[in-house]
Design a protein around this ligand. Structure first.
Ligand code: ADP
Ligand code: MG
Length: 210
């Protein structure tokens, strides 16, 4: 695969994400049981399945349009806090990519970082609050440090997984888990776990297209 990431690659990413979320839906919901309302897996499964159905009917022509469209779908189909947050992440990324036909890695990394900052602002959260941001920002740091998608995407997937694990000893300060106060300590954040799946899917999609 060339170093520029085209619409086909982003469509592969979203398909791989839907597959990973289907595979892990029960686990994500289990993580959301002791510290939430046991719906994170089913929320995301509904959303990412809806994205696949909508894209089959209305294929998008550029990476930016595809991610904007996907973000809108997620906002309207995922119940719960994670819908607007993931929707904002993808919408803002898509908006930043504009109408380019293909995207080099540094531009994708910059677009994702701007979008992550918008998610942080929307949720009023910061790294260390035991949310999806604790997987997201380490993954973006790994993307910045990478020289090409072939090394940056697997590194980002590892960083996100480590970031999700690092939420276990944290006390949740945002979202439903924060209602538990200190009792949220000792549990992995479900949204951080699903963010790790999205970066795993990025590496998978690139590896399969290579
Ligand atoms: P809900 O909490 O409404 O049931 P989900 O279960 O789908 O929604 O998603 C929960 C996840 O959303 C959490 O694990 C956390 O990662 C993320 N989240 C919740 N609130 C915030 C917030 N304010 N900022 C960032 N992430 C958040
Ligand atoms: Mg929930």
């Amino acid at each position: 695969m060339s170093e520029e990431l085209d619409t086909g690659f982003f469509a592969d990413w979203l398909r791989a994400a839907a597959t990973a979320i289907d595979r892990e839906a029960a686990h994500l919901t289990e993580l959301d049981s002791p510290i939430g309302d046991a719906d994170h897996g089913s929320n995301l499964q509904r959303g990412f399945t809806a994205v696949q159905t909508a894209l089959a009917k209305e294929p998008q022509e550029t990476p930016g349009a595809l991610l904007l469209f996907t973000g809108r779908q997620l906002i309207s189909t995922v119940g719960g806090a994670s819908g607007p947050l993931y929707g904002t992440l993808l919408r803002r990324t898509g908006k930043a990519l504009g109408d380019a036909a293909a995207v080099p890695l540094p531009e994708l990394a910059a677009a994702l970082r701007g979008a992550a900052d918008a998610v942080a602002q929307l949720g009023g959260a910061a790294p260390g609050d035991a949310t999806m941001l604790d997987a997201l920002y380490p993954a973006l740091d790994a993307l910045d440090a990478g020289s090409a998608p072939g090394d940056a995407f697997p590194a980002a997937a590892r960083a996100a997984a480590e970031g999700a694990e690092a939420t276990v000893p944290m006390q949740a300060r945002k979202g439903r888990a924060s209602y538990l106060g200190e009792r949220s300590v000792g549990h992995e954040d479900p949204g951080a776990a699903s963010t790790a799946l999205l970066f795993e899917a990025l590496a998978t999609a690139y590896g399969e297209g290579a």
